[in-house]
Design a protein around this ligand. Structure first.
Ligand SMILES: *[C@@H]1O[C@H](CO)[C@@H](O)[C@H](O)[C@H]1NC(C)=O
Ligand SMILES: *[C@@H]1O[C@H](CO)[C@@H](O)[C@H](O)[C@H]1NC(C)=O
Ligand SMILES: *[C@@H]1O[C@H](CO)[C@@H](O)[C@H](O)[C@H]1NC(C)=O
Ligand SMILES: *[C@@H]1O[C@H](CO)[C@@H](O)[C@H](O)[C@H]1NC(C)=O
Ligand SMILES: *[C@@H]1O[C@H](CO)[C@@H](O)[C@H](O)[C@H]1NC(C)=O
Ligand SMILES: *[C@@H]1O[C@H](CO)[C@@H](O)[C@H](O)[C@H]1NC(C)=O
Ligand SMILES: *[C@@H]1O[C@H](CO)[C@@H](O)[C@H](O)[C@H]1NC(C)=O
Ligand SMILES: *[C@@H]1O[C@H](CO)[C@@H](O)[C@H](O)[C@H]1NC(C)=O
Ligand SMILES: *[C@@H]1O[C@H](CO)[C@@H](O)[C@H](O)[C@H]1NC(C)=O
Length: 820
């Protein structure tokens, strides 16, 4: 479709600017349901080798994700693990963001029938009737069989409300639902893992309405509480998850305390409590159940039911609404291919990339969002999100969201700034509050990339000053007791970890994190340098009135851009050991260093979920022109390529974990002449590590990062240095993709009120999108790129593409061939 043009607004001969037509009929995107498989990645032989994903129902970035439950969840185990003959033990609205993080503020419902309310986990398990189960992003359905008849379950959900219809048939005994409120739970302590049962506390109250019942309550389960930084540990104790269930019918109700039934009782509190509702059963019984959630109060949970699901709506209506939200994300990719498997992995991957962080705030009647913060145990106005796995997501998930979820970016960024204001630091791995999981302050990367990719006009000067103040604190203020605290993985009883070891990293005569003081010292050094690099980019983009005018810095002559860039360039090489004496220049590696400057002879020391081979290709070593220095230190391009080949062929690459994700792109980055090796590695990695089965992810999904690697790779480019605004070209997976880029991923940076710039002539007013065509005839079987043209101009000599080339649309055309 041709862009809508307003010649009167032509301001230059090359640049066309026009207003979005006010009366355009927006086109609804279709939902490609048959290419979504929510079971991908939902099992594996062990937690590390599983996607850790669940086939959940919720809208994009939904606050609470609802899923059929076949196991209790805690750190290392999600609420659902696909097995062929699994039983259904109930339905849970979960906030557990990843398999290695804890649950908090969950809610649940379990249907059953019989005089006895089955609360026992084993006892309440029910068989699924073959062929009745349906998994979707906006709907889950199943028919369950039990000794007392059949139960049909239809489930949908909005962000804060689960919506169920239970149909009980052939039930000789009275049907019921059980609503568990608190359960026996598990805390996870590093080094001493599974043996820590703990008993959260909760309350529940039942109120009769006209013909319905309202069951409201709260529970304080917070499995990651052991990781809360000491300075906010006390305030975070105020945290609770609230819920209200509205049940459309009842004949009687009561409270469960463990397995003790309290008929007719309308309130309870304590450990392992719940409530139940029984229904009359003359023939089939159909019950509508809505379970609203909130982090603020039960009243707010009720308001969320009223505002998200109108009274008259059926489960089908809720399903339609939630599916439309997914269609807006998934329908933006039109893929012409005969490779149904890869298309399914791709589109399901887009789903996984658009789930986190999740909404914590609730809308209020005055149109201003409100949220509860466990950083200061108070309710504030504004947006808040949780589930920031930033060590993972800065690589490709955030870059993908910057293009395809632009409507979320300002809120997610403000949430990070709110965390800083309330807790003193930007998030690293926020799960309710900071958990100090993983290393480095990669929120720096998210923020720098956000500004680089044009969102500056979404923020006020005050917000931008807070942003700069927060990242400069990351770069310049060591954490508490930095010279004596190890800050090891999951270390308890410590304060915000931030950049542990920054004291020696900042010291001009040192520059590395000392391995005899801190854990993961090499990874930290490289990651801090990477973050210095992105902050150097941010400093170059923020106007002086921002970065020279914060409460923490008023020095008008200090050049942040220059300082951070220079510090990054110097410090990365402090952990590089050039003096390997085995005569092989291509074996030179990073290595841990002690406080006294000598290298740790243990070459396995100092790494975060990786090895020295992996970290010798770290993102901290390959940004900008630094890649050239790495190439030189590996003995020139031949030595470098040989060392990459050995890395892949010798099995050092570990694609089940994030530090390897960008490595296949390094051939093309270092030398466009070696791009075919990138193409081969990318296609092999995609084939080996992803497929359309429950075991289809070789490693943890990690809040969308793993699938985002696949989505970018399938489009034919990858953000090796995200904040630079450049991508490295690879090998696209499909013959023909038409991608509808949301206009608002482009216009923020213009500062001209949402007008459209259309330098490539690709704007489509019907979808309010820029159209990007990625053409790669035969790519399904042909892996190698003979030539690639971006809007007609060959990029074979650079194998790079700019963010603007992507988001303003146009044609990227790959000539695919069979062999290198
Ligand atoms: C899932 O369940 C299967 C079968 O019980 C088990 O072998 C596997 O380890 C489990 N996977 C995860 C990731 O818990
Ligand atoms: C895999 O999981 C175990 C805990 O079960 C953990 O100790 C180990 O470090 C993990 N391995 C990797 C490579 O992450
Ligand atoms: C009961 O229903 C009537 C009529 O629909 C309504 O006006 C009233 O507010 C309801 N009462 C309660 C407690 O919900
Ligand atoms: C109730 O729970 C207690 C404690 O867990 C257990 O000992 C008892 O056997 C249970 N009773 C029934 C009837 O299930
Ligand atoms: C910097 O490191 C040197 C060498 O370890 C040390 O002597 C000096 O005290 C350090 N400076 C600061 C400010 O810590
Ligand atoms: C510095 O910021 C304040 C607001 O915090 C503003 O009033 C002032 O004009 C700014 N100064 C400069 C030089 O930009
Ligand atoms: C700061 O340093 C950068 C990089 O060296 C340079 O491009 C820029 O012009 C400098 N800014 C000022 C105000 O000197
Ligand atoms: C440096 O420190 C390490 C670790 O404490 C120690 O093993 C080594 O002997 C020291 N080297 C020198 C030259 O002092
Ligand atoms: C690619 O797909 C689009 C949309 O279906 C179609 O209009 C176009 O002709 C196709 N291009 C090629 C080269 O196949």
């Amino acid at each position: 479709m041709h862009p809508h043009r307003h010649p009167t607004l032509l301001v230059t001969t090359t640049l066309l600017i026009f207003l979005f037509p006010a009366h355009a009929q927006p086109r609804n995107f279709p939902l490609p349901s048959s290419f979504i498989n929510p079971l991908i990645g939902s099992t594996g032989p062990e937690p590390n080798l599983s996607g850790g994903t669940i086939p959940s129902v919720s809208p994009p970035f939904g606050s609470c994700r609802w899923v059929v439950q076949n196991q209790q969840n805690f750190v290392s185990q999600t609420a659902f693990n696909y097995t062929e003959n699994y039983k259904v033990h109930g339905f849970i609205g979960t906030r557990q963001p990843a398999i290695w993080m804890g649950e908090s503020a969950w809610v649940g419902v379990v249907p059953g029938s019989g005089d006895k309310i089955k609360t026992d986990w084993e006892e309440r398990g029910m068989d699924r009737i073959k062929g009745t189960e349906q998994f979707g992003v906006g709907f889950y359905g199943v028919e369950l069989e039990q000794e007392n008849g059949k139960i049909k379950v239809e489930m949908s959900a909005t962000s804060r409300v689960g919506h169920f219809r239970f149909t009980f048939t052939d039930t000789p005994q009275q049907p019921y639902i059980f609503i568990p409120v608190t359960r026996q739970s598990t805390l996870f302590h590093a080094g001493d893992i599974y043996d820590h049962s703990y008993s959260p506390l909760g309350t529940v109250e039942i109120e009769e309405k006209n013909s319905s019942l309202e069951i409201c309550g709260s529970n304080d389960e917070f499995q990651d509480q052991v990781l809360v930084p000491t300075s906010i540990a006390d305030t975070a104790k105020g945290f609770k998850g609230f819920f209200c269930a509205r049940v459309s019918a009842y004949s009687s109700y009561g409270i469960m305390e463990g397995n003790i039934t309290k008929e007719g009782v309308d309130s309870g509190n304590g450990r392992e409590i719940g409530s139940f509702v029984r229904f009359n059963h003359n023939g089939a019984v159909v019950v509508d159940v809505r379970i609203g959630t909130s982090f603020i109060s039960t009243d707010q949970a009720l308001r969320n039911i009223d505002s998200e699901i109108p009274e008259k709506d059926e489960v089908e209506d809720t399903r339609k609404k939630t599916e439309a939200k997914w269609a807006e994300k998934l329908g933006r990719f039109e893929i012409e291919t005969d490779d149904v498997e890869s298309k399914t992995v791709f589109l399901t991957g887009v789903v996984r990339a658009m789930q986190f962080p999740y909404e914590v705030h609730d809308p209020s009647s005055r149109g201003v969002n409100r949220y509860y913060s466990a950083y200061d145990n108070a309710v504030h106005e504004g947006d808040s999100y949780s589930g920031y796995s930033i060590w993972d997501t800065y690589r490709a998930a955030w870059p993908l969201q910057l293009i395809f979820a632009p409507e979320r970016i300002p809120g997610i960024v403000r949430s990070m700034l709110n965390d800083y204001k309330e807790g003193g630091w930007l998030p690293m791995w926020k799960n309710i509050v900071e958990t100090n999981i993983m290393v480095s302050t990669h929120a720096d990367s998210l923020l720098a990339e956000t500004i680089r990719k044009g969102f500056i006009s979404a923020f006020s000067d005050e917000e931008l000053r807070t942003m700069w103040e927060a990242v400069w604190k990351d770069a310049s203020v060591p954490p508490a007791n930095d010279e004596s605290t190890v800050y090891s993985d999951r270390q308890e009883g410590v304060d915000f970890e931030a950049r542990a070891g920054l004291t020696t990293y900042m010291n001009d005569s040192m520059g590395w994190v000392a391995d005899d003081v801190h854990s993961e010292s090499v990874s930290r050094t490289l990651d801090y340098a990477y973050d210095d690099h992105v902050l150097s980019i941010l400093a170059s983009l923020l106007p002086d009135r921002i970065i020279r005018n914060t409460t923490t810095n008023t020095d008008r002559s200090f050049n942040f851009t220059q300082f951070l860039d220079a510090r990054a360039r110097k410090n990365v090489w402090t952990v590089w050991n050039d003096r390997d004496s085995d005569g092989q220049s291509n074996r030179r590696h990073v290595q841990a260093r002690f406080l006294n400057g000598s290298f740790n002879p243990d070459t396995t020391a100092g790494f975060t979920e990786g090895t020295r081979e992996v970290y010798s290709f770290s993102q901290g070593l390959v940004w900008g022109d630094l890649i050239n220095e790495l190439v030189e230190r590996r003995g020139g391009i031949q030595g470098f390529v040989q060392s990459l080949d050995e890395f892949f062929d010798g099995g050092e690459v570990d694609f089940t974990n994030e530090p390897s994700h960008h490595t296949p792109y390094l051939y093309a980055l270092a030398s466009p002449g070696h791009a075919t090796s990138t193409q081969r590695r990318v296609r092999e990695l995609a084939r080996v590590n992803f497929n359309n089965t429950p075991e289809g992810l070789s490693g943890n999904e990690d809040c969308g990062q793993t699938s985002s690697w696949y989505v970018f790779s399938a489009m034919g480019f990858y953000p090796v240095d995200p904040a630079s605004g450049e991508y490295v070209l690879g090998s696209p997976f499909f013959s023909n993709m038409t991608v509808y880029i949301p206009r608002s991923s482009v216009v923020h940076g213009d500062g001209d009120g949402g007008r459209v710039k259309d330098p490539h002539g690709t704007y489509d007013s019907r979808t309010d999108s820029y159209i990007l065509n990625i053409i790669a005839e035969g790519a399904e079987n042909k892996w190698f790129v003979e030539d690639v043209r971006v809007n007609g101009v060959s990029r074979k000599d650079s194998m790079r593409i700019k963010h603007e080339d992507v988001v303003w649309g146009g044609v990227v055309e790959f000539d695919m061939v069979d062999s290198e």
